[in-house]
Design a protein around this ligand. Structure first.
Ligand SMILES: *Cc1c(COP(=O)(O)O)cnc(C)c1O
Length: 468
């Protein structure tokens, strides 16, 4: 067995290669899925692999793995690399604590709590607030739903659901709500997908009509999921108006800010979340707009009693010292839990809250640059709206699904497509705060050059994939 020092040396060497490679080839060599096992040696064998050979095997895997930190990666909702956050995550791996007890996590408990407390302050939650770091945004939404269910009927935990409990979310919301409804025993048929306006925001009047109908039918309206940054359009549901209804009818209000909840850090953009302090829970993914490594998701609750009620179980084998405030396993879903807080803390500590604000504002600024470009060029059609970091467009009436796939297959740039109502379009996301205006303009340039070189695209014909 080799000692850790030589492994760390190898790590540095590989990372140096990777960083050079990212500069030279911002889009990784693509291996067709059906040729994967023939192209790279991924096999696990009886015999050990020796040093040089092992190093080469790792190098091969690295060059062909999609590069998410470069200035040509614009796919789903994360990208770039914040060095100070990477540092924190590497340290978390070295320390390898589990976050369930103070006994094994020590100051890391305080690090997590400090992030939670500062985030609650930014939202405007009071002294009873708290939170935890779930495995991701989907899990954050799940925990919120379970708390809502148990708050509506405290006997649910023991007896199960007795009467249909109804969930409200917009048609544009993330699919995790659909999955979570079944996991929580509430049933996918008990979800009401509320219509959105032409900008993709939930229509509060429609929500109220639906709640009234459900009450008339003897159902139990329980939970409203409002989205801060819908997955496709990046739209913000009108939280204040929705909160009027959740207060009037006594429903739980959760804000799914996985994508754009990071706007709480921005003086300029936090108005998009106005009314957020009236919610019962709020979640955001620091691995999206704030650029920490995956995953770093935080759920905050206005009143921590709900976290305890739904998630704490006595376990004398585990909780042997210190109090509940320091034994974070009392409020988490899982038992052993990775330290996702340190990477966010090292970033926040080093750049300050002002620096986090700049990270958020930069993305909105890059989005403005992209929209401006699209609006001033008649070959483009814009489908998305201001105050969003998702820029949805089509170019020269080219089928967006064919275009995105061809751009990817030819290693030009990595970008996805989406749909809203009847339209399908390319969706550029400006979530890499390390990008500058030049990088955004370069994205359009590489796209246009590619289309020019491949006129078949404009005619709706398939073009052959480049293979390596
Ligand atoms: C990304 C996203 C999620 C899911 O978060 P994961 O960390 O990927 O599970 C939920 N809601 C919205 C709005 C998202 O954009």
């Amino acid at each position: 067995m080799s000692d850790i020092n030589s492994d760390l040396k190898l790590f540095n060497e590989l990372v140096e290669n990777l960083l050079n490679e990212e500069k030279l080839n911002p889009v990784a060599d693509r291996i067709e899925a059906n040729k994967l096992y023939d192209s790279v040696d991924l096999s696990l064998n009886e015999a050990p692999m020796m040093d040089e050979e092992f190093k080469n095997a790792l190098r091969n895997v690295l060059v062909s793995t999609p590069k998410t930190a470069t200035n040509l990666f614009f796919n789903q909702l994360f990208g770039g690399r914040q060095g100070k956050a990477v540092l924190g995550d590497l340290l978390a791996v070295m320390l390898n604590n589990s976050m369930y007890t103070y006994k094994v996590a020590g100051p890391q408990v305080g690090i997590e709590q400090e992030i939670i407390k500062k985030s609650c302050d930014l939202i405007g939650y009071g002294a009873k607030s708290n939170g935890t770091f779930p495995t991701g945004g989907s899990m954050s939404n799940y925990m919120a739903l379970v708390m809502a269910r148990d708050a509506k009927d405290p006997n649910c935990k023991a007896k199960g659901i007795l009467k249909p409990m109804i969930i409200y979310t917009s048609k544009e919301s993330h699919y995790s709500t659909t999955k979570n409804a079944s996991f929580a025993g509430m049933g996918q048929d008990n979800i009401r997908y509320i219509e959105t306006d032409s900008n993709g925001k939930m229509i509060p009047q429609r929500l109220e009509q639906q709640i009234i109908t459900d009450l008339e039918n003897g159902m139990v309206p329980t939970y409203v999921n409002a989205t801060a940054g819908t997955t496709v359009l990046g739209a913000f549901d009108p939280i204040d108006k929705i909160a009027d209804l959740t207060e009037k009818y006594n429903l739980w209000l959760h804000i799914d800010g996985a994508y754009c909840g990071g706007a709480i850090f921005s003086e300029q953009y936090k108005h998009l979340l106005s009314g957020m302090e009236r919610s019962n829970s709020f979640s955001y993914n620091a691995h999206k707009m704030l650029g920490t490594p995956l995953t770093c998701s935080i759920i905050l609750v206005n009143d921590k009693k709900h976290l305890h009620h739904s998630f704490s179980i006595e376990a004398s084998y585990l909780y042997q010292t210190d109090g509940d405030d320091f034994n974070l396993g009392k409020t988490s879903f899982q038992c052993g839990r990775r330290n996702d807080a340190l990477k966010f803390w090292t970033l926040w500590k080093s750049v300050g809250t002002n620096g986090l604000q700049q990270i958020i504002d930069q993305q909105f600024k890059l989005a403005d640059v992209a929209r401006q470009y699209i609006r001033s060029n008649s070959d483009y059609t814009l489908y998305s709206f201001d105050d969003s970091v998702s820029i949805c467009f089509n170019y020269k009436n080219i089928d967006p699904t064919a275009l995105c796939t061809a751009l990817y297959e030819h290693q030009v740039t990595v970008v996805g497509f989406g749909s809203f109502n009847e339209d399908t379009f390319v969706r550029l996301v400006t979530v890499n705060a390390n990008n500058s205006e030049v990088d955004i303009l370069n994205f359009f340039k590489v796209l246009e050059d590619f289309v020019e070189k491949n006129p078949a695209l404009a005619l709706g014909e398939c073009i052959e994939a480049k293979t390596v």
